[in-house]
Design a protein around this ligand. Sequence first.
Ligand code: VGL
Ligand code: ZN
Length: 232
Amino acid sequence: MLIAGATVLTVAGAPRGARAQETPVIDERAVLIVVDVQNDFCPGGNLAVPRGDEVVPVINALAKRFSNIVLTQDWHPAGHSSFASSHPGKKPFETVEMPYGRQVLWPDHCIQGSKGAEFRADLDVSSAQAIIRKGYRREVDSYSGFVEADRKTPTGLTGYLRERGILRAVIVGLATDFCVSWTAQDASAAGFETYVVEDACRAIDLEGSLEKAWAEMAENDVTRIRVSDLPG
Ligand code: VGL
Ligand code: ZN
């Protein structure tokens, strides 16, 4: 039998994710990565994901079953280059070409220190051990919790998880088609056996972005599961 994760850790810069089982084993080598469950991505927030708040009770229940939990937090300076307001004449959800590629422009959101950037007050993940903040450089966005949008600058999360002996990542949160998808694909590329729990996520869904994200995740060895697929 192939113990995929164990092999991966010996391969420097492993190019692909470990072959996933149908469902993840939840043990001390698994991590729950909770992506961007922040006020601005929930109803009433500046970049509200439809029904984004519904993930909270689902994640609270899941979190009780993981001994390792990491949170990501979108954390932009005022005037961030991903904000439409930083590009005269541009409106939210239009795109611009940045040196690193096409960037969707968003309403101002998750500004460092603001109420909108705080985690949802009802998110109960008090046992989480690390918070990875991302998107804090004015000129570069970061949907992924692992690598910024320039596709070069690491956040440090890969090293953190490897050093802690983590082999598999179970990913939940907001938004399925942006930060969850990019985080999951990068987790897989870093060699972690990677799962996304679809009913613990909600999507923005801009012009087919959700369908495209699932297709890309599948191509990159990310396994799509539901809460009910997880071992009891
Ligand atoms: C996100 C757009 C901009 C996300 C973050 O968390 O999916 N989306 N910043
Ligand atoms: Zn953002």
